[in-house]
Design a protein around this ligand. Structure first.
Ligand code: PMP
Length: 315
């Protein structure tokens, strides 16, 4: 992965190599941090870089920060402004991943959330695909269980909770799968290691409700809107049993990094025809048009980075 040139760090944009924290930093030791993952897409024809649903991502980050007793003066809009400044300074002309991170910055020993200093850092780097096999992924059900809202809230994108995602992902990959689906404590399908899950049953698109210990995905919301408005497909949000997944006609995962990943096998059982299905295919194409700013109907979701004619890395 290419490292960024700059970082927003301790209130200013600095060279990336200067954005360093001490090894005792609270967030590093105890996972007391929350993060976001935003994408920006380069549109060659428009000579423009478009941030996708950036305000929604920062809104979710600030909600998660609140759960973790963090106190910031920032709004989603002010964090978007900082991100635009950083991206203009980087001057990228390719697809980008932005990583905002809010963390407990004190270098102390002591597990708690209160009376600590909260910092925000933002970095942005070139990024392409996250799941290589995104048209015919083979997934398994993880032997790990999803964290419950009363353990570490999944809706919060809390750094410490990603040890759960990492266990899920690594065990699946080492067993030869592309990804894994994970069950809640009561045995319902929750999501993937860093993606939400959708299945098609009897022509209806079904996805777990937000109380199934999922991250309330922004790609999930986008896909729900697009499926309803552009494909005219009925959508139900409800608990899903494991065996419904094996019986589904189509299956796909969604996420900012993963985008839309079609699953064609689960635990060596073929899903549908064994090829990416029509709904996933349609949504995948549509999603690429929307995120690259090619569909004016959805321009409310895209924020152009370069506002002047000339793209300049100068601030
Ligand atoms: N679930 C988890 C656990 C994730 O980490 C992610 C990635 N942010 C998602 C789902 C997808 O969320 P989004 O579409 O907002 O990126």
């Amino acid at each position: 992965m290419n490292l960024p040139n700059y970082a927003y760090f301790r209130g200013e944009i600095v060279p990336y190599c200067e954005a360093k924290v001490g090894v005792l930093t609270h967030g590093l030791n105890y996972g007391t941090a929350v993060f976001a993952g935003v994408r920006a897409y380069w549109n060659e024809e428009h000579e423009q870089l478009y941030l996708f649903r950036v305000v929604d991502h920062f809104q979710r980050l600030l909600h998660a920060a609140k759960i973790m007793c963090m106190d910031f003066d920032h709004s989603p809009e002010s964090l978007t402004e900082l991100t635009l400044k950083l991206l203009r300074k980087e001057g990228y002309r390719c697809d980008i991943y932005i990583r905002p991170l809010a963390y407990k910055a004190d270098e102390i020993v002591g597990v708690k959330l209160h009376d600590l200093v909260d910092e925000i850092t933002i970095t942005a780097m070139p990024f392409d695909i996250y799941v290589a096999n995104d048209t015919n992924a083979h997934v398994t059900f993880s032997s790990w269980r999803r964290l419950d809202d009363n353990m570490i809230p999944a809706r919060g994108k809390v750094s410490g909770a990603y040890a759960n995602s990492a266990l899920i992902k690594t065990d699946a990959v080492k067993a030869g799968f592309d990804e894994a689906l994970v069950l809640t404590q009561d045995g319902h399908v929750s999501e993937g290691s860093a993606m939400n899950i959708f299945m098609v049953r009897d022509g209806v698109l079904v996805t777990p409700t937000i109380t199934e210990n999922i991250l309330e995905g922004i790609t999930r919301r986008t896909v729900i809107d697009l499926a309803r408005q552009e494909l005219g497909v009925a959508i139900i949000e409800r608990p899903i049993d494991r065996t419904e997944i094996y019986m589904s006609e189509e299956l796909f995962m969604t996420g900012t990094a993963a985008q839309i990943v079609a699953i064609t096998q689960v635990d060596h059982r073929q899903i549908g025809t064994g090829k990416m299905g029509p709904i996933a295919t349609h949504l995948k194409e549509l999603y690429q048009q929307v995120v690259r700013g090619n569909l004016p109907k959805y321009s409310r979701w895209t924020t152009p980075v370069y506002t002047s004619e000339k793209i300049s890395a100068a601030d």
